[in-house]
Design a protein around this ligand. Structure first.
Ligand code: MN
Length: 131
């Protein structure tokens, strides 16, 4: 219950609710964004400890949003974990290129998810889910 903040970037309301329901009991402060542009604004403003980023988003997709987060000195230090339904090798390679710190496939494993998140908060780039 360290009270770290997590930005959830997800345009699908059902997925967003699920992520919040799974993470809320662990004491995180949760903030949300429903598209890539909003994610950039909220990340700058809120300075979250971790960003969970859907890849297919309106206005600005997850790849482009993450690329911009990683090239902005205000947000470059924040770990960004990709959330995607597709675990294709090509997609994983692309995610690595734009600077994602990790990769979690959807549908999420609701039991394992909190532990995966903890790994990214404590040891970015050093957990089993990292790329
Ligand atoms: Mn989406």
């Amino acid at each position: 219950m360290a009270g770290e903040s997590i930005l959830i970037v997800e345009d699908n309301p059902v997925n967003q609710k699920l992520l919040m329901a799974v993470l809320r009991p662990h004491g995180y402060r949760l903030v949300t964004a429903a598209d890539g542009e909003e994610a950039l604004a909220v990340a700058c403003q809120e300075q979250p400890d971790l960003i969970l980023m859907d890849l297919q988003l309106p206005r600005l997709n997850g790849y482009s949003a993450t690329q911009r987060l990683k090239s902005n000195p205000l947000t470059a230090h924040i770990p960004v974990v990709a959330l995607t339904a597709h675990a294709m090798p090509e997609e994983r390679r692309q995610a690595q290129q734009v600077g994602f710190d990790g990769y979690i496939t959807k549908p999420i494993d609701t039991r394992a998810f909190p532990e995966q998140i903890l790994g990214f908060l404590n040891h970015p780039r050093a957990t089993s889910g990292s790329i």
